[in-house]
Design a protein around this ligand. Structure first.
Ligand SMILES: N[C@@H](CCC(=O)N[C@@H](CS)C(=O)NCC(=O)O)C(=O)O
Length: 328
């Protein structure tokens, strides 16, 4: 489908289904839309009550912002109290579709396309219906799509439901530093690849590309001295960096033109990525096939003949990483 056909389709439906014109600045740079549903979880009057079996998290295996929620829920043992719905990784012109489920509808919410629940929640909403989305099943409405802060809610407000021995992914004494690094990782790496991929000017693309690789060089150096970003223990920042590393060589390198080098060319970043991949919660929630199909065949991809790249070989993610050497 050509870009102009895509635009026509998008303008016909009220809810935008791909990165829309309003997310491109005058100089051709991609500026991500703001989150619409941002009420935090907590026990305050205006907060979302933390309650078992009340919420459903909707995601798609392609999506880094959604994947990090799934990793956090798995590490913390929250998958017993928050249900999970998964959309097909290949996004359609009508938005995320629950075609992996029997009958093509989400078994709990009964929706075929994600925009249906956004429309039901707020008929005025005209942004993109995105994953991750948290739905209050009792009310049948979207309550949160704040992909940036969600992992922090699972890590803090949801503590009463953590499994025994769950890791502390957001230790109080490190929160300021974790927040600072998360901001950098977001702007320069997680969203950096999108800024390169969705840029509509050479200048904006090159700026994103240079910033991204300068930051990867910096992280390569940081990870030459310690096992994880903050030392010996996995934190929230590792989850955020991992989801982009896992998509880099198989999708971004080619589709988003971030081709200075691959992750497997950085000795420390590559060993670090494998170390996480081989940690329960990371590799078992990483679906390389979904990632490849999603980025290459989804409605935002410019791939008129729908050809799926054959490589790369992902079995190398299981090779030894030798990162235990950093633990004293
Ligand atoms: N909620 C954020 C981030 C989440 C996000 O962009 N998710 C993507 C998938 S990785 C999505 O759902 N896109 C739907 C669309 O563009 O129609 C946003 O609005 O930009």
């Amino acid at each position: 489908m050509s870009k102009s056909e895509q635009t026509v389709l998008n303008s016909e439906s009220k809810i935008a289904t791909s990165e829309s014109a309003h997310e491109i600045s005058k100089d051709g740079a991609f500026v991500r839309q703001k989150n619409r549903f941002t009420t935090p979880f907590g026990d305050g009057e205006n907060e979302l009550p933390v309650e078992a079996n009340r919420y459903r998290l909707l995601w798609a295996g392609i999506c880094p912002w959604a994947h990090r929620q799934i990793i956090a829920l798995n590490l913390l043992g929250l998958t017993d109290v928050i249900s999970i719905g998964e959309a097909n990784p290949v996004r359609t012109e009508k938005g995320w579709e629950f075609s992996l489920d029997e009958g093509g509808v989400d078994p709990v919410l009964g929706i075929r396309y994600l925009p249906e629940i956004y429309e039901k929640t707020d008929p005025e909403y005209d942004g993109r219906a995105t994953v991750p989305t948290v739905v209050d099943v009792k009310a049948g409405k979207v309550v949160n799509n704040d992909y940036f802060k969600l992992t922090n809610y699972w890590e803090t407000a949801w503590k009463p439901f953590h499994k025994k021995g769950a890791p502390d992914l957001y230790p109080v004494e490190l929160r300021d530093e974790i927040d600072k690094l998360n901001d950098i990782i977001f702007h320069e790496v997680n969203n950096g690849v999108y800024k390169a991929g969705f840029a509509q000017s050479q200048e904006a693309y090159e700026k994103a590309y240079d910033t991204l690789f300068a930051r990867l060089d910096d992280l390569e150096e940081r990870l030459s001295k310690q096992r994880y970003l903050f030392g010996d223990k996995i934190t929230d920042s590792d989850i955020r960096l991992y989801v982009t590393l896992a998509r880099f060589d198989i999708a971004y390198y080619l589709v988003f033109r971030v081709n200075r080098n691959r992750i497997i060319d950085f000795p420390n970043l590559w060993a670090y990525a494998r170390d996480l991949y081989q940690t329960p919660g990371f590799g078992n929630t990483t679906n390389f096939d979904a990632i490849k199909r999603g980025y290459n065949l989804g409605n935002h991809a410019e791939n008129p003949y729908q050809i799926l790249p054959k490589g790369p070989d992902v079995s190398i993610w299981n090779t030894p990483h030798d990162r235990e050497k950093f633990i004293k």
